[in-house]
Write a protein that binds this ligand. Structure first.
Ligand code: IVH
Length: 704
């Protein structure tokens, strides 16, 4: 709908339409905020809101008291209490083809230092398509059940979990503390019957069994959960006061004897070929299993190996998910919209005629960048045989697991005759600044910085997101609305909300959707985040190339904000400081350039300084043993190690709180010199850095 059609509206139809929009938007808000079941895509929601605002702008006196332009968020659901997981709940690396599985085996062997000929067993388990749940038992009693959440903090759903038949409430013979993890899911026939009951009662329909399982578990009223046919398969564990077994396979068997359901298609395999054979076998049976699986999960069987392999930032090195091929569907490309992200990237999005792919209605797909639309990859080589994508085309969509749907093909025989090549904008559609493409960058970026409203809002959304400041009651929608109202323009403003809008004429509690209680709650939630860990702060800034892992690395290396900022300032000016930054293992040229460029940007830097003034920044907790002899020390490994691989040595040192650097400098505490150590050992000797051989290093960390 464009503005012309609004100009054609008369008062009567405008008033009718505003009433309809108020109702639709209120329903959408309720679904999103309270029922946790969005009915509209973000784009459709935004379209309705824009339409509403445009009509109101033309007929200001028709604006309704319940207008969505006055509403921030929906009624706040009390929700579930949050609980911290004693051990993080991990997710899995995905693989799609046999080569990925071969690579996985090679990587595991390399890490463990196992030759190709040495036996290495795996378990192969179906990947259940539900939602993961952690169950904590103490002295054999179920004391807590929690959802995965962000992996560190989940929701307490104990009362609901107790209603699931597959979950025992009491167990005899279990370790004193035992966390059992697995998947809550729903059988196909139970799902169909549930949807039929819902339809008869005029309730909502679930799109697929996974959504039905998630919606049923996350009910505020446990009696609703009890009435839903949920099931549970156990496949992993968290904290244990004593081990369940010495292999994955035996641990699952043990869980079965303790009374859990373990998937019956679990099998031991002796290598990639065997895993792939099992994959094919289960793929054949997939349609008749009676519940959804979206792939297979392969895990290193020996638990001592699992321990040595350890975890990366969110996934274990000892497991991989081998996904079944994506589902596909053909649909019509109606338009290409350009979204502007927090770092200014212009991302083209395909607006599609809605179509069901893999049980989910899809109306948007990513188009990546201008080369992708034009039919070229990052190196200029042809993709799709060089065919470009045009508005009006019929496109083939595919969707693998949860990933954003993508376009894999176009049907040239159905291309409209008047379809023209898409011309990618060279001006930011949101702020009008030039959008430029740096050499070597696949992406065109808006040069408007913080003056670009899209960048500013996206930065704020990132700032409040889960892994960043995670402010309860301040999500993406509220951020947008506070920004539109002119209440927050940058992160520091969030910490001034109460001073500015806690009392006086323009008060938060006077806005639709907010009462005195919810406003107080928000201010309190903001206050608790004035104390923030350094790694979260660095991640929250939303700097290019600085993800959670890089933020943690920087926080661990610098310890305080001041030290971090000073080091960046120094690295901007002087080569040696830049070399120090680059000596941090895991910091490469790209990250270093991004950090120095961002902190050297006067407007960005001033905005950071304003933010930091409101915060009490805590040094990041060193993982596990902060009292280990190497905690906080900087270690460099050189030469060939004989008792473990370099990767394992590095991971072990980091888990003991050490920082591992790539080159020796005066800040190095220990150089661990393996066989054939060369120039680094000489440099260490020159600088007076302590040099340890492999045995001395092992003795130092022994028992830690
Ligand atoms: S193991 C330490 N095993 O898949 C690894 N996960 O995409 C923990 N899932 O978050 C997961 N079946 O919710 C594991 N047999 C299985 C699984 C499984 C389903 C889910 C789980 C996980 C997700 C990762």
């Amino acid at each position: 709908m464009d503005s012309e059609d609004i100009n054609a509206l008369d008062r009567k139809s405008a008033s009718v339409e505003l009433a309809r929009l108020a109702e639709q938007l209120a329903a959408a808000n309720r679904a999103y905020y309270t029922e946790d079941a969005p009915r509209l895509s973000d784009a459709d929601y935004d379209r309705l809101k824009r339409r509403n605002a445009e009509i109101e702008a033309r007929f200001p006196d028709l604006k309704r008291p319940d207008s969505a332009s006055e509403t921030v968020g929906g009624p706040l659901a009390d929700g579930f209490a949050r609980v911290a997981h004693a051990q993080r709940m991990l997710s899995l690396e995905n693989a799609f083809d046999p080569d990925d599985i071969q690579d996985f085996d090679t990587r595991v062997r390399r890490y463990l230092g196992l030759p190709e000929t040495a036996p290495l067993a795996y378990t192969s388990e179906p990947k259940i398509d539900g939602l993961s749940l952690s169950l904590r038992f103490e002295a054999g009693h179920l004391v807590q059940a929690s959802t995965r959440g962000d992996g560190t903090i989940g929701e307490n759903v104990t009362t609901n979990a107790r209603t699931i038949g597959d979950i025992p409430a009491h167990i005899a013979g279990a370790p004193d503390v035992m966390e059992v993890r697995g998947e809550v899911y729903m059988h196909h026939d139970d799902f169909a019957a549930l949807n039929a009951r819902q339809a008869a009662a005029g309730g909502k329909q679930f799109a697929n069994p996974r959504n039905a399982a998630a919606g049923s578990l996350r009910q505020l009223d446990a009696e609703v959960t009890r009435a839903r046919p949920l099931r549970f398969f156990a496949y992993a564990w968290g904290e244990l006061s004593e081990p369940l077994a010495t292999t994955q396979f035996d641990a699952l068997a043990k869980l079965r004897t303790l009374g859990f359901s373990v998937n019956p298609h679990t099998r031991k395999a002796d290598g990639p070929a065997d895993l792939l054979a099992h994959y094919e076998e289960i793929a054949q049976q997939r349609a008749t299993l009676g519940y959804d699986i979206d792939g297979m999960v392969y895990k290193v069987d020996d638990l001592a190996f699992q321990d040595r392999l350890g975890v990366r930032s969110t996934t274990p090195r000892w497991a991989i998910a081998h996904k079944f091929p994506a589902e596909t569907a053909w649909t019509h490309l109606e338009a290409i919209d350009i979204q502007v992200g927090r770092t200014g990237a212009l991302s083209p999005v395909a607006r599609l005629t809605p179509v069901t792919v893999g049980g989910v209605v899809v109306s948007n797909a990513t188009l990546h960048n201008e080369d992708y639309i034009a039919g070229r990859d990052a190196n200029g080589a042809e993709i799709r045989g060089g065919r470009d994508i045009r508005i009006g085309d019929w496109v083939k969509l595919y969707r693998a697991g949860d990933v954003i749907p993508k376009i894999s093909d176009i049907d040239l025989s159905r291309r409209p005759e008047d379809a023209t090549r898409y011309v990618f904008p060279s001006i930011c559609p949101r702020c009008g600044s030039d959008a430029i493409r740096e050499p070597g960058d696949a992406v065109r970026r808006c040069t408007g910085g913080l003056i670009c409203p899209a960048q500013a809002v996206e930065k704020l959304k990132h700032f409040v997101s889960r892994a960043a400041f995670d402010i309860e009651g301040l999500g993406a929608k509220q951020v947008e609305q506070f920004y539109d109202a002119g209440w927050i323009a940058e992160p520091a403003d969030i910490f001034l909300l109460q001073d500015r809008y806690g009392s006086g004429a323009q008060q938060l509690k006077n806005r639709e959707g907010w009462g005195a209680k919810s406003a107080e709650k928000l201010f309190a939630a903001i206050d608790t985040r004035r104390h923030i860990a350094l790694d979260r702060l660095i991640f929250a800034l939303g700097l290019r190339h600085v993800g959670e892992a890089a933020a943690r690395l920087l926080a661990q290396n610098y310890g305080t904000w001041e030290a971090f900022a000073e080091a960046m300032d120094a690295a901007i000016e002087d080569g040696e400081a830049r070399a120090d930054l680059l000596s941090i293992d895991g910091v490469g040229e790209v990250l270093a350039a991004s950090l120095t460029a961002s902190l050297n940007q006067p407007a960005e830097r001033a905005s950071m300084d304003r933010l930091v003034a409101h915060l009490d920044i805590q040094p990041v907790a060193t993982p596990e043993n902060s009292d280990s002899p190497v905690a906080g020390k900087t270690v460099v490994f050189t030469g060939t190690l004989t008792q473990m691989t370099r990767a394992e040595a590095k991971a072990r040192a980091e888990s003991l709180g050490a920082k591992v650097a790539g080159s020796v400098s005066k800040k190095t505490d220990f150089l661990v010199a393996g066989e054939g150590a060369g120039s680094k050992a000489t440099k260490a000797a020159d600088l007076g850095v302590k040099v340890l051989d492999e045995d001395a290093w092992r003795a130092l960390i022994e028992g830690a």
